[in-house]
Design a binder for this molecule. Sequence first.
Ligand SMILES: [Zn+2]
Length: 311
Amino acid sequence: MDAVARFQCDGYMSNMNTKEQNIYFGKDKLDRASHLRERTAQLQEMQQSHDAKYIPVYNGRHIYMNQHSSFYRRSNPFECEAECFLGLVGEQMWYSCPLNDAQAEKLEKEVGKQFSSLRRYALKLNDELAHIALYSRGLDLWQRNRLFCPKCGTKNKLGWSGHRLLCKNNHEQFPHIEPAIIVLVTHGDKCLLGRKADWPSNAYSTLAGFVEPGETIEESVKREIEEESNIRVRNVQYFGSQPWPFPAALMLAFTADAENEDIKVNDELEDVQWFTRKQLQEMMKEGYVTISPRYTVAHNLIVGWLEDKNA
Ligand SMILES: [Zn+2]
């Protein structure tokens, strides 16, 4: 399979047949019930009288079996030691079960499927399960990346049903999130999209970057866009947010107006271009341009602009 085909199999689209109004992964019926995390005895008691579901997770990956019901299990697989309480959906308890190498290998053999990235099957999950799977991924990656305390280097121990790490010197650590901005910049009837060199040649998306220490989000939007494209922006408007644990980002999406049109590309991106609505629609239809997958907030930004009735 060539790079472009693989890219499209990952969920990228080259036309606009599918309309997505809401930001994917954001719909959330889950009550995180954070007050229960420390109450281990109460949680154990609740497990006796409540339906509980367990998602095996390994390096942030899950086993997807083409059926929603087999994505999770009705009991803790291999009685994994560190079951993590994710929350409640109605009366139903949800747990994430981090597996070690041997357990993961055993489960893969048992079901004849491999642990794989959520990107592969995100759109096959219903809203509720997509959100829960993403949540378990973020928590799992944080735990695995923090085996040792960053302050004193001693081994961390998991507590609060998976939501707190504590070393023997009592240094507390909580899940780490990295804020990133992603922006749809427009100028009249044109929008600004760019691509990285390692993307398939027809893939374009909105510009994005991480917020730096000591920086406001508004400053970050202006700096990133100017660095990547030489375009200065104003009228920065918040659009929405999307948790993005690949590995730990929180995407903060904005729209902004451009003050100038002369693009200069830096080393980070291979190409940045202005597209009119008509150009972009035609290029997507013909397959000359693919935009970010339907489960990304970049997709919401671009499709929202293309379909803007007030434009
Ligand atoms: Zn420590």
